[in-house]
Design a protein around this ligand. Structure first.
Ligand code: ADP
Ligand code: MG
Length: 656
């Protein structure tokens, strides 16, 4: 008895606020949705300190009179629905009447509003559950909402806010989800006074996507359209060559509202099945217009999920719309043409100015190929992974010999065909360890002394044994005879580990050779992602990646790690690297971040399953397997090797 208490109303509202206001981006979502429901044609957002200090949303919508303004911050107060019937015919983004009350419960809130037919505006303040006003004031038609000191009454929650940059990442993502389908509305997003996004009114979806993500992506997308009973599917989908490493590039909008829906996701994946690598994600913007009665949007507090009256129908429509397009379009890989010099000069940057003020990327500068390690010869001696093995005076873990002709890196396509791994440069048999780093000699070229210790971490002493015998099967596995029996090696997993260890060693010792690209690759990068690049400038420098400004929404990749240049398309790499950095957030644990980035590099550069290897390459992989620590598992923790002893074999064949 006496254990149950009715909670005070302030606490009740703060608990309720927790449901829909999780972080600054949630405030942005609610306020921008309100502006759109109010018929705004322009919405200007300003954020200070990632939303911790201030979130301000200014719209030119219908506004509120003094009475409505006072009511707007009360719990369950809405102008958008009146009765049960309306719940199944929702035409607005909001309808629960909770957002302003929730925001008011966890911040210092000020709202200024003026209706279009009034000469005077009104303002109210809410702090600690107390409402002051409405008080007349001068204001332009429309509404301005200022949210200060978010979560000040809930310190535990405020503590959970990440760095301003991470919060800005969430805010930008949230803005994309709201703004992309709202073509008739202009948006700006500023962080302090810096413009992160400026979206003019757009005439079609492609123009809007271009405003947000840059013209290169927008132009690559294929339009889809399919009409059915009570439903219209429209959209833009990436050709199969335009994939991403993260699933966030799937944007689904139902009647203008961003949703996550497993039926539509499944339909998208199904449409791409067999066309893209299963570990990659397509880019898709799907806009579904559906009779409100066929969908229930009131199943989730933030309305991010919906319930369909007929999910099979929706699935079928989306799948058919994409498939139809793929059947009628040539799906060849797109040719990337570099921007003209003039474009390049003209597109003066604002966003990365600070970045470059900090000096050139990497410890060396100049137009010659970068040499990040004093002990290594310049990289023009050799253009890539294979030749690096020679120039550093030996084969290094993970570096397989290749047959490419020497010369600086060029911008390559989607990775070389297996043939580029053809000619051997390294012998199968280990040579003495401990050779100092030195420039290559004829002897090196002939492969007599190819195991210097350049930058290799985790190296074990070479076993003094005859080389194991190995064959490749199914172009994917190496079967190796060992003293005890045999082992089966997953060639990709092993090579990934070897490259990972090699990169780790080189970066730790600052010996990663960076190589200048003959033709800089220009890559579109939206404003918020530029901030991410700036934030990780040190890491990029260490990786030997040099970027320069190429416009308000693009960067030019000037230099790239030589070790990867032969095997990895620099643009693809940079795009995936950005996804990794964005997913990691603002100030991630450095170890995790470096691990993830090295892992990405190793995975992209490693030989693939299904790639034929020549006997020397096979021998080299097997030999390095014995010499590198942790070679039993790939960087993801999957085994690289299965072992079977003679004893096991005898047992299986019932000889014992
Ligand atoms: P909901 O959007 O679910 O109705 P909110 O708490 O977000 O609930 O807003 C409460 C009410 O305040 C809205 O129904 C609307 O009438 C009014 N309102 C909020 N923001 C604006 C705005 N920017 N312009 C005009 N009216 C607004
Ligand atoms: Mg609302």
């Amino acid at each position: 008895m006496g254990q149950i208490r009715v909670l005070p109303s302030g606490l009740v509202s703060r608990i309720a606020a927790g449901e829909c206001i999780e972080r600054p981006a949630s405030v942005i979502k609610e306020l921008v949705e309100n502006a759109l429901d109010a018929g705004a044609t322009r919405v200007d957002l300003r954020v200070v300190d990632g939303g911790r200090e201030l979130i301000e949303v200014v719209d030119d919508g219908v506004g509120m009179d003094a009475d409505d303004l006072a009511l707007s911050v009360a719990q369950h107060a809405t102008s958008k629905i009146r009765g049960d019937d309306d719940l199944f015919n929702i035409q607005t983004l909001g309808f629960r009447g909770e957002a302003l009350a929730s925001i008011a419960a966890v911040s210092r809130l000020r709202i200024v509003s003026r209706t279009r037919d009034s000469d005077v505006g009104h303002e109210i303040w809410v702090e600690g559950g107390q409402v002051r006003g409405p008080r007349p004031c001068s204001a332009p038609p429309g509404t301005t909402v200022e949210v200060r000191d978010l979560f000040y009454p809930v310190p535990a929650r405020r503590k959970f806010l990440r760095t301003p940059q991470t919060e800005m990442g969430h805010i930008t993502e949230q803005l994309a989800r709201i703004a992309i389908p709202q073509l008739a509305v202009a948006f700006t997003l500023r962080h302090r006074d810096r413009v992160i996004h400026r979206l003019e009114v757009a005439t079609d979806h492609r123009e809007r996507v271009s405003g947000f993500y840059g013209p290169e992506l927008a132009q690559a997308l294929l339009p889809i359209r399919r009409e059915g009973t009570g439903m219209l599917v429209q959209g833009l989908v990436g050709p199969p060559a335009e994939t991403r490493s993260a699933g966030k590039w799937e944007y689904v909008f139902v009647n203008g509202r961003y949703v996550r829906d497993r039926f539509i996701s499944h339909a998208i994946r199904e449409a791409y099945r067999g066309l893209i690598d299963p570990s990659r994600y397509p880019v898709a913007f799907i806009f579904l217009t559906i009779e409100p009665a066929r969908v229930d949007v009131n199943v989730h507090p933030t309305k991010i999920e919906v319930r369909w009256q007929d999910s099979n129908y929706v699935h079928g429509m989306v799948l058919a719309a994409i498939r139809e397009r793929f059947l009628t379009s040539p799906l060849d890989h797109r040719l990337r043409t570099p921007q003209s010099d003039e474009d390049y000069r003209e597109r003066v940057r604002t966003a990365m100015v600070e970045f470059f003020r900090r000096g050139p990327v990497g410890p060396c500068s100049g137009t010659e190929p970068r040499n990040h390690g004093a002990a290594e010869p310049p990289s023009h001696e050799g253009g890539g992974a294979g030749r690096l093995a020679r120039q550093s005076g030996g084969c290094t873990p993970g570096v397989l010999p290749s047959a490419d002709s020497p010369g600086p890196a060029t911008n390559r396509g989607k990775g070389p065909p297996p043939a580029s791994l053809a000619a051997p440069a390294c012998p199968a048999r280990p040579a003495p360890v401990g050779e100092p780093n030195r420039p290559p000699t004829d002897q090196d070229e002939s492969g007599a002394s190819l195991l210097a210790s350049a930058g290799a971490a985790g190296r074990r002493a070479a076993p003094d044994k005859a080389p194991p015998r190995a064959i490749q099967i199914h172009d994917s596995y190496l079967v190796v005879q060992t003293e005890e029996g045999l082992m089966i090696i997953d060639q990709h997993a092993l090579h990934e580990r070897l490259l990972y260890e090699d990169l780790r060693g080189r970066i730790a010792e600052n010996k990663l050779v960076s190589q200048r690209l003959l033709m800089p690759s220009v890559l579109p990068v939206p404003g918020d992602r530029l901030e991410v690049l700036e934030a990780h400038a040190d890491l990029l420098a260490r990786l030997g990646i040099e970027l320069t400004a190429a416009g308000p929404h693009s960067v030019a990749l000037q230099s790239f790690p030589a070790l990867l240049a032969d095997r990895v398309d620099p643009e693809d790499f940079l795009r995936d690297l950005l996804d990794v950095l964005v997913e990691q957030g603002g100030r991630p644990d450095p170890d995790t971040l470096i691990h993830q980035v090295l892992d990405l590099m190793a995975c992209k550069a490693a030989v693939k399953a299904g790639e034929p290897l020549n006997p020397q390459q096979i021998a080299l992989l097997v030999e390095q397997h014995q010499r590198v620590d942790r070679s039993s598992h790939c960087p993801h923790g999957r085994p690289t090797t299965l072992r079977l002893s003679l004893r096991d074999l005898e047992r299986q064949f019932k000889r014992r």
